[in-house]
Unconditional design. Structure first.
Length: 278
C-alpha cells in the first residue's frame, strides 16, 4: 500500500513490485537534483579559481605601480613611505642640483626617520656636495644618523623603503615630470641591487661630522656618552633622551670607533680621560 499520487492523504493499494519501482523513481529524482547542485557548485568554483588565482604553480607575486605627475602627490607618497618604513631607507641622488627650499622642507621627514632608528644610507654625486647649502643639509643628515657616501656618477634618482617600496623619476632627464611609485619586492629587489653596487664603488662623505675632531660632540652624543659613563644600558639611555634603542646603539658604536676602543666600558673610561664627559 502506498500514498495516492494525486492526494498524499489517500492511501492506494498497489502491488509490492509497483511500490518498489515508485520508491526507486523518487530516489533517482532526488539523486539527480543532488548531482545538478554539485555540478553547478563545481562550475562556480572553477570560475572563481580562473579569475582570482594565478596561472601555474607557485605563490602569487604582488606588484603595483602608480604613475604620479602631480608633484604635491609625489611629496605625499614620500611622506607615506617614511611613515611606513620600519628597517631601512636607501636613497640615490645623481642630480641635478635640488632646490634649497625642498631640502629644508624635507628635514623634518629625515629627522623622523633618524629618531625611529632606521638604517639610513644615501648616495650623492660628489659635485652636488660642493654647493654650500647641500653640504649644510648633508651635515644635518649625518647628525640624524644617516651614512652618506659620494661617487662621480649615479644612474638614476631613487628612494627605497624596506626593500619593498620605491620611488623613481617618471623621466630621469626632467625631475619635475613626476614619479613612479612601486610597491612589490619582486621589482624593488632589483633596484636594491643597483644601489648596493653603487654603494660599493662610493666613498664616505668628506667634511661631515665623521671627519671632525673626535672631541667635537653633538649635544645628543655628549648626553649618550655621559649616561654611558655612569653605567646605563641602551634601553635606559633611549628612554632618558627620548629616542629609539637603535639610535642609541648606533651612536654608541660611532663613539667607540672615534675613541678607538672595543667595549662600552673602555669608551666610558677613555672619554673621561679625554675630558669628553664631566
Amino acid at each position: 500500500m502506498t500514498a495516492g499520487r494525486d492526494d498524499p492523504r489517500v492511501a492506494t493499494v498497489v502491488s509490492p513490485e509497483i511500490a518498489i519501482v515508485r520508491v526507486l523513481e523518487r530516489d533517482r529524482a532526488t539523486l539527480t537534483r543532488y548531482r545538478d547542485t554539485i555540478a553547478a557548485t563545481s562550475e562556480s568554483l572553477e570560475r572563481i579559481v580562473d579569475r582570482f588565482l594565478p596561472l601555474g604553480p607557485g605563490p602569487r607575486l604582488d606588484l603595483e605601480f602608480e604613475v604620479i605627475e602631480d608633484l604635491a602627490r609625489v611629496a605625499e607618497t614620500l611622506d607615506m613611505m617614511t611613515d611606513l618604513g620600519r628597517d631601512e631607507m636607501l636613497s640615490m641622488h645623481p642630480g641635478p642640483l635640488p632646490q634649497e627650499h625642498l631640502l629644508r622642507e624635507g628635514l623634518a621627514r629625515d629627522r623622523r626617520l633618524g629618531e625611529r632608528g632606521l638604517s639610513l644610507r644615501a648616495l650623492y654625486v660628489k659635485q652636488l656636495t660642493t654647493t654650500p647649502f647641500v653640504a649644510a643639509y648633508l651635515r644635518e643628515l649625518i647628525t640624524f644618523g644617516y651614512e652618506i657616501r659620494t661617487t662621480t656618477t649615479l644612474p638614476i634618482r631613487m628612494i627605497i623603503c624596506d626593500a619593498r617600496r620605491a620611488l623613481i623619476p617618471l623621466d630621469p632627464a626632467h625631475g619635475q615630470a613626476g614619479a613612479i611609485a612601486i610597491d612589490g619586492e619582486v621589482m624593488v629587489r632589483s633596484l636594491v641591487c643597483v644601489f648596493e653596487h653603487c654603494w660599493q664603488d662610493s666613498k664616505p662623505l668628506t667634511g661631515g661630522t665623521h671627519d671632525q675632531p673626535a672631541n667635537q660632540l653633538t649635544d645628543q652624543e655628549h648626553t649618550v656618552l655621559r649616561l654611558l659613563a655612569v653605567g646605563m644600558k641602551d634601553e635606559q639611555i633611549a628612554r632618558a633622551i627620548g629616542v629609539s634603542v637603535r639610535t642609541v646603539s648606533r651612536t654608541v658604536s660611532d663613539l667607540m670607533r672615534r675613541l678607538g676602543v672595543q667595549s662600552r666600558f673602555q669608551a666610558g673610561v677613555r672619554a673621561a680621560q679625554a675630558g669628553w664627559v664631566d
